[in-house]
Design a protein around this ligand. Structure first.
Ligand SMILES: N[C@H](CCC[C@H](N)C(=O)O)C(=O)O
Length: 277
């Protein structure tokens, strides 16, 4: 069977996007891992799947799979590419698109200047929302990693994030601490790990070691989680510009239960077809 797909990226966080509204295919974890391989397959950080909604109030169901085959709750850069894809493929003509994800509903707004805003819902900080093993909700936690104690903040954007503050993202020990925290036993479903350098109350640099994919050039939900934790700790004030290796995002959040809005680009690279096993 030949599966049509579009290769896309959001600030270098790259995706294989598949329309399972007009196509039918079964993609199990092993097949996702094979397709994710950058030599034996197509190569991507995440696979994004467009399906008909289960909730009639929604336009689509949006499913996300990491390169390791794990299905996850949300992908922010992917949400912007999702909006661009369903319009390009004429699966909708709407410029405000409602999608259901395993992490909750998202609203995608496609602007005329090619930027796309995503209403990511309200960040959640309760440990059980991630899940994270902690007795109660705090602004920061101590986490012992390989005999060293690190201060972290946590947030859920539907998917789990740990955020560390670093003096310099360039010097941050991402290769060592990223995987050690991603698989830390206090995160039973693993965790995305953000390394945030505060430049000013309205500007940060960020690197993210992503759960199930490793360090990526950008992480949309990671940018949202880092800004939410920074605002909550009084280090940042909305709006915040987030500089990532692949480019910049704008995050607006008024705190509390208000919804966080992420704005940035989405690019199409090529259309392809791949033979499924
Ligand atoms: N690795 C993430 C999913 C992709 C998130 C990222 N690519 C984004 O743009 O939000 C997780 O396991 O929760």
């Amino acid at each position: 069977m030949l599966l049509h797909f579009t290769k896309m990226h959001g600030l270098g966080n790259d995706f294989m996007v598949v329309d399972l509204v007009t196509q039918r295919a079964r993609l199990d974890n092993a097949e996702v891992r094979r397709l994710a391989d950058r030599r034996f397959g197509i190569g991507f950080d995440q696979l994004l799947v467009v399906e008909p909604p289960r909730n009639p109030d929604m336009d689509f169901r949006y499913r996300i799979y990491n390169a390791d085959g794990s299905e996850v709750e949300n992908c922010g850069n992917g949400a912007r590419c999702f909006a661009r894809f369903v319009l390009d493929k004429r699966l909708t003509h709407k410029h405000q698109i409602r999608v259901e994800t395993a992490g909750g509903p998202l609203t995608l707004d496609v602007h005329n200047d090619n930027q796309i805003s995503v209403d990511m819902g309200a960040p959640r900080f309760a440990p059980q929302a991630l899940p994270f093993d902690a007795p109660d909700e705090q602004l920061t936690y101590r986490l012992d990693v390989d005999g060293q104690s690190h201060e972290i903040s946590i947030a859920s954007m539907g998917n789990p994030h740990a955020v560390l503050i670093v003096d310099s993202t360039e010097q941050a020990p991402v290769e060592r601490l990223g995987p050690a925290i991603e698989g830390h036993p206090r995160f039973p479903r693993r965790v995305n790990v953000g390394f945030m350098q505060v430049i000013s109350p309205g500007e940060i640099r960020l690197r993210v070691y992503e759960r199930g994919s490793g360090e990526t050039l950008a992480c949309g939900t990671g940018a949202c989680a880092a800004v939410a934790c920074g605002i909550r700790r009084g280090l940042l004030t909305s709006p915040v510009k987030v500089h990532l290796a692949g480019g910049s995002l704008k995050i607006d959040w008024d705190g509390g239960d208000s919804h966080l809005i992420m704005t940035g680009p989405a690019e199409r690279v090529y259309d392809g077809r791949v033979a499924l096993r």
